[in-house]
Design a binder for this molecule. Structure first.
Ligand SMILES: Nc1nc2c(c(=O)[nH]1)N[C@H]1C(S)=C(S)[C@@H](COP(=O)(O)O)O[C@H]1N2
Ligand SMILES: [Mo]
Length: 367
């Protein structure tokens, strides 16, 4: 293990005030919570572009309009009266892994912790779109939240569109419950979109309007943000479904500042979670030598068709310092790369994580 810095050491690789402010608002999953199949609401990662809007549930409406035969407007009771589905869904922010890129794109500085799996309860979007009678000619459906802010120099409501096929076929929910409770304010109270298998930006919170569009949406969150490009002004490819990723439940105990792990020599069961939005997880491999060699882990059952699975790997841990990695493969043939692929906004960096583990007899520390 690198020598832990003494208390009072000054940081050198400076995080900017902008990143610190974002990181203090938007917390990640404490990685030990990867042990839980369903993430408790307070441990689920959080990403909020602007402010949490104040919503009086008595006044709340969801309007369904645009290119539809029958514009609809629902209050919360009317939404709750529609057919209900609950589904555990793994969410991951498209910016997960951003702070591991060099140079570091300026935004929310996630390492690997922007993930969580909640059980979302609500009514299928498809039923509501069918009830409204979406015109065949409408190529896209736009989802608009109540939160507003400035991005790219323009004031806007947070809004994202999906193609009509994805809106109808993705299994999307209009969700009013998280883990059996009304949505917490920070997760979109009283209503949000949940789109299984897509990166997190798709799951529009504080959802108040669903609009069938005659033309593709060219708003900021679809045409500038959430696209893969190396320079401003390039069109880039849109970010959509999650690439495979595997993360360890961090083994042993952490050092306070570095969070490097220590454990005793001998047999240890390494465990972790793996997921992909592009297909099923077909393989997880573990390396205890920094990615030089890998061996297969055992796969458990996915928590749902749209959620992570747990994998296990038996390791006879020898004394010394080791770099432990895990690598997921999905049924679409995607494999996590060993090294990140850079892009200007810092999206979809699913390179394998690297955890430094020191295996030694525990030092005698007064308790
Ligand atoms: N209205 C609204 N919806 C939003 C966002 C937002 O800022 N405003 N953030 C998006 C992003 S980038 C992510 S990753 C997910 C995070 O959902 P969570 O905070 O419930 O985990 O919400 C998405 N939905
Ligand atoms: Mo995100």
């Amino acid at each position: 293990m690198t020598d832990p810095p003494p208390t009072g050491t000054i940081a050198s690789d400076q995080i900017t005030p902008e990143e610190l402010r974002l990181a203090a608002r938007n917390h990640g999953l404490p990685l030990e919570a990867l042990r839980d199949p369903i993430t408790p609401a307070g441990l689920h990662y959080l990403l909020i572009h602007y402010d949490i809007p104040a919503v009086d549930p008595a006044d709340f409406r969801l309007d369904v309009d645009g290119e539809v035969e029958r514009p609809l407007s629902f209050d919360l009771d009317a939404l709750r009266a529609l057919p209900k589905v609950t589904l555990p869904v793994t969410f991951e922010c498209a910016g997960n892994g951003r702070a591991l890129l060099a140079p570091r794109p300026l935004s929310q500085p996630w390492l690997t912790e922007a993930v969580g799996t909640a059980e979302w309860g609500g009514t299928p979007l498809r039923g509501v779109l069918e009830e409204a009678g979406v015109a065949d000619a409408a190529p896209e459906v736009l989802f608009t939240g109540l939160d507003r802010g400035v991005e790219g120099g323009t004031q806007q409501a947070y809004a994202r569109s999906l193609s009509i096929e994805d809106a109808l076929e993705s299994g999307a929910l209009l969700a009013y419950e998280m883990n059996g409770e009304p949505l917490p304010p920070q997760h979109g109270f009283p209503l949000r979109l949940v789109v299984p298998r897509w990166y997190g930006m798709t799951n529009v919170k504080w959802l108040t309007r669903v609009t069938a569009l005659a033309e593709p949406f060219d708003g900021y969150q679809n045409s500038v943000a959430y696209r893969l490009y190396d320079e401003n002004g390039e069109p880039g490819a849109p970010v959509s479904r999650m690439l495979p990723r595997s993360l360890l439940v961090p083994p042993g105990v952490p050092e306070f500042l570095s969070r490097e792990r220590s454990l005793e020599p001998g047999p240890v069961e390494l465990r972790g979670r793996a997921w992909s939005g592009q297909g099923e997880i077909t393989r997880v491999e573990v390396s205890v030598d920094g990615g030089a060699t890998f061996a297969d882990a055992e796969l458990g059952e996915p928590v749902s068709e749209a959620a992570w699975l747990m994998w296990t790997f038996h390791w006879q841990a020898p004394e010394g310092t080791h770099e432990v990695c895990s690598r997921a493969t999905d049924s679409a043939g995607n494999v996590q790369p060993l090294d990140p692929r850079w892009n200007l906004k810092g999206y979809v960096n699913n390179a394998v994580e690297r955890i430094t583990v020191t295996v030694a007899q525990p030092a005698q520390v007064p308790s």
